[in-house]
Design a protein around this ligand. Structure first.
Ligand code: UD1
Length: 373
């Protein structure tokens, strides 16, 4: 079985790392890698050191076999560049299965390219739906799931959504969450780490008690009115609880453009690698975020989380986990902040978020391929 694994943007890297670890383990079980071959393709959707390479170092991801160098651009430009590059790789390598993760433009571009070449597609993190078609990721999720042959699902809502959409049951596999595999692995790795190498080590000690923030969604930062309201809320929060804010390049660009000012209680950092970010948020009083992944990771470690969005495609984090949905209006964010401060939300670990999702995925792929032979 020959697999091509696709990674392109920051949130993909943590999902690919455990799949590669599970593949290596499976290869060892088979004594030789003869029956199982995999290649890693990096589309280059993200390319800055802080947005890409640092994750390869932190997460022990091997150097990609192919780097497509797609870079930034409009959605159409970026998607087209990835498709053109990826088609050439598929022609040359003739994989049995292309494995895509998450919901970024690289996920969509590579799944469509593969499927049109009659190559099977496996989608890891299938079935999530925000039901918000203004979100580019929602379009990516729906299109990828519509054509994928293997739908690997992280939470029950994903199974329900896919079956409601008429996907055949035999394609849908509830396996848990590879991103949580990665998180649990990295929590252990962090224990062995010399944290004094992190630039934020001193800041963390100085602040003691702090909130951790990430913010980059176009619906929050590309609209002046929304970004201004969020910034006002953050400034108020930071008067009581300082905020550590590693800033995404999109956010920095829009903050300059809109001339938004954040108080000195909001400590702005460059984007962080996985491990340094974990080092900070795991001990935060609360996390405030519009990221998909952090909503889940905070639930897995029991850290209260305020999601600065109107909706979430990951409802298990609210039903079972530590997440609350604030919307992006100033007063709503402040209300949720006060609520969490006085009564931090406690949660439970969602089913199958146990660190073994990647193993389940590889088992399923191997069994199916063996049946075909
Ligand atoms: C993408 C994903 C989003 C994910 C996010 C995580 C899509 C549609 N969106 O959004 O789901 O949550 O990544 O970061 O795929 N830039 C750099 N350096 C980089 C990459 C980007 O400076 O290495 C800047 C560029 O100015 C670019 C902007 O950030 O125009 C946005 O990058 P892009 O990949 O288009 O979207 P993200 O907002 O990162």
């Amino acid at each position: 079985m020959k697999l091509i694994l696709v990674a392109g943007a920051r949130p993909n890297f943590m999902k690919i790392a455990p799949i590669i670890r599970a593949l290596k383990a499976q290869g060892l079980k088979l004594k030789a890698m003869k029956n199982l071959e995999y290649l890693l393709v990096h589309t280059g959707q993200h390319y800055d050191y802080e947005m890409s390479k640092v994750f390869f170092e932190d997460l022990d991801i091997p150097v990609p076999d192919y780097f497509l160098g797609a870079g930034s651009g409009s959605h159409a430009e970026q998607t087209a560049k990835i498709m053109k590059g990826f088609e050439k790789v598929c022609v040359k390598e003739e994989p049995d299965i292309v494995v895509v993760v998450g919901d970024v433009n690289s996920t969509l571009a590579c799944s469509v390219t593969a499927k049109k070449m009659n190559i099977e597609v496996a989608h890891v993190e299938a079935g999530l739906r925000s039901n918000d078609m203004t979100m580019p990721e929602e379009v990516n999720r729906i299109v990828t799931d519509a054509i994928a042959d293997y739908l690997f699902v992280t939470e029950k809502s994903g199974v329900d959504n896919l079956l409601k959409e008429g996907k055949p049951e035999e394609k849908v596999h509830f396996v848990g969450h590879v991103m949580i595999d990665n998180l649990l692995y990295q929590v252990n790795e962090l224990k062995k780490e010399d944290v004094s190498r992190f630039k934020s080590d001193i800041l963390k000690k100085e602040l003691g008690r702090y909130a951790f923030l990430t913010l980059h969604r176009p619906s929050n930062v590309d609209i002046k009115e929304s970004f201004t309201g969020i910034a006002e809320a953050l400034n108020e929060v930071s008067e009581e609880v300082p905020i550590i804010f590693p800033m995404h390049p999109r956010t920095r660009k829009m903050m300059d453009e809109f001339k938004i000012k954040l108080n000195k209680g909001v400590h702005i950092l460059d984007p962080l690698g996985f491990r340094e970010s974990l080092f900070l948020w795991k001990d935060a009083v609360m996390v405030m975020t519009d990221s998909g992944g952090l909503q889940e990771e905070t639930t897995a470690l029991g850290v209260p989380c305020i999601t600065i969005r109107e909706n979430t495609e990951r409802p298990i984090t609210i039903e079972m986990g530590t997440n609350i949905l604030a919307g992006n209006k100033k007063e709503d964010i402040l209300r949720c902040y006060r609520e969490i401060l006085s009564n931090p939300k406690k949660g439970k670990i969602p089913p199958l978020w146990d660190g073994k999702a990647a193993e389940r995925i590889i088992d399923i792929l191997m069994k199916r391929q063996n049946m075909r032979r």
